[in-house]
Design a protein around this ligand. Structure first.
Ligand SMILES: O=C(O)C1=C[C@@H](OP(=O)(O)O)[C@@H](O)[C@H](O)C1
Ligand SMILES: C=C(OP(=O)(O)O)C(=O)O
Length: 449
């Protein structure tokens, strides 16, 4: 799971991108498919699961707690669940690798089971704040021994029965919301989360699909999400839609590289996830939705994206939760726009796999973009569509989205004497969420090596 040996990679400037690719399964939905199936009574099947390292960490942890999870030769995953309340004490520490979603959601599940689990992770995950889930789960009765500052490694002693709570989210976080709702699954009574700012709603949608009683009501304080505990989950056949967060890299790549015209198939367009496409269209991007349909209860379309000249804008801060993982690649788009882009209200970027504001400011600086880092975002003066100078080595900091964003930025850099537009100091983090990324880019370059 860890990447002890960095894998440096040179990226070359690119000619036009053309053709069609099918984006792999959504990471958030893949994690949840495995978790909810593992808690159902009976056999569920999942098609289109993202087979990235983060999701595989979730699968391994659920197996360690008693679920049977098997991948068929046809790529369909079969999960035999233990039933809500049926998770077993894992024999060893649960290795969460690089994955915040695995860690925080599984902490929620363990919190209301009478078991003890230790969570460990890589150097990036071990720096990320877990206090945001420790606080509500402690109110429900779980006990924690964590490393200083609420960090991993961390030991969690779950409790059964846990105490139902009403919890108002202090940060806009789908992971914290989901952790509390998942703890509520095995808690008598009704557990409520009040969400002042709407975040991705896959947990609510999917738990309902599995037969849990989940209600969502608007209120002056925000959305009130209530789950009735001691639920029985029914096994499902799940088709995972494509990941808009992965599609984002291809969409920006085709937008900035002159002459490009691509179709990205199977892109999930849940409104709580699609903020990047709204922002790019405001900047002048050409993104056409073809064959809008439903897959696995989520809106999906194929996106035709053609090269377009972008203009800098002020990114509406209220789009932030619906594009939180897409800011790094939005910064790349802005670096090639005409004029100034102001992206603020995105402080959460500082506690992702890396500090994504600092990491992208440094990386874009290396290739000659004009950027100013501010506390809650970035101000970027774009190149007006001209290639950026390129050159140099970019630090990816165990962060897949920094690696892929800078690989995209490289595609429209000037050809340097040395040949490469830039060097990623370590491309291996890409395997956490999008193992097919580089081969799909090559495919769009017309070179399916
Ligand atoms: O719930 C989820 O699946 C996720 C929620 C977001 O994290 P936060 O809840 O920390 O914002 C996002 O950044 C992450 O990639 C996936
Ligand atoms: C923040 C991310 O994931 P996680 O929190 O699961 O590590 C991400 O994929 O960009």
């Amino acid at each position: 799971m860890a990447h002890p040996t960095p894998a440096p990679l040179e990226i070359q400037p690119s000619g036009p991108l053309t053709g069609r690719v099918r984006v792999p399964g959504d990471k958030s939905i893949s994690h949840r498919s495995l978790m909810f199936s593992a808690l159902a009574v009976g056999t569920s099947r999942v098609t289109g699961l993202l087979e990235g390292e983060d999701v595989l960490a979730t699968a391994a942890a659920l197996r360690a707690m008693g679920a049977s999870i098997v991948r068929g030769d046809d790529g369909v995953w079969t999960i035999d669940g233990v039933g809500v309340g049926g998770l077993l004490q894992p024999a060893n520490a649960l290795d969460m690798g690089n994955s915040g979603t695995s860690t925080r959601l599984l902490m929620g599940l363990v919190a209301s089971h009478p078991i003890i689990a230790t969570f460990i992770g890589d150097a990036s995950l071990s720096k990320r704040p877990m206090g945001r889930v420790i606080t509500p789960l402690s109110q429900m009765g779980a006990e924690f021994t964590s490393s200083p500052g609420g960090r991993l490694p961390l030991m969690l002693r779950g409790i059964c029965p846990a105490i139902p709570i009403t919890y108002t989210l202090p940060v806009a976080s789908a992971q914290v919301k989901s952790a509390v709702l998942l703890a509520g699954l095995n808690t008598p009574g009704i557990t409520r989360v009040i969400e002042p700012v709407a975040t991705r709603d896959h947990s609510e949608r999917m738990l309902r699909g599995f037969g849990a009683k989940v209600t969502v009501e608007p209120s002056p304080q925000g959305r009130i999400i209530a789950i009735t505990g001691e639920a029985e989950l029914l096994p499902q056949e799940i088709v995972v839609p494509g990941d808009p967060s992965s599609a984002a890299f291809l969409v920006v790549a085709a937008t900035i590289v002159p002459g490009s015209d691509i179709v990205v198939e199977n892109v999930g367009l849940n409104p709580t996830r699609a903020g990047l496409f709204t922002a790019l269209r405001m900047m002048g991007a050409s993104i056409e939705e073809l064959d809008r349909r439903e897959v696995g209860g989520e809106p999906v379309a194929d996106l035709r994206v053609r090269h377009a000249a972008l203009t800098g804008i002020e990114i509406p801060p209220d789009l932030a939760p619906s594009m939180i993982d897409e800011y790094p690649v939005l910064f790349v788009a802005a670096a090639y726009a005409s004029g100034r882009t102001i992206a603020r209200g995105a402080d959460e970027l500082r506690v992702k796999e890396s500090d994504r504001i600092a990491a992208m400011a440094a990386a874009l600086g290396v290739i000659g973009a004009r950027v100013e880092e501010v506390e809650d975002g970035m101000i970027i003066d774009g190149s007006g569509g001209d290639p950026l100078p390129g050159g140099g080595t970019v630090a990816t900091l165990l962060d897949h989205r920094i690696a892929m964003s800078m690989a995209v930025a490289a595609l429209h850099c000037r050809k340097t004497n040395a040949g490469a537009a830039l060097t990623l100091d370590d491309a291996s983090p890409v395997a956490t969420s999008y193992p097919a990324f580089f081969s799909q880019i090559r495919q769009l370059q017309g070179d399916a090596r």
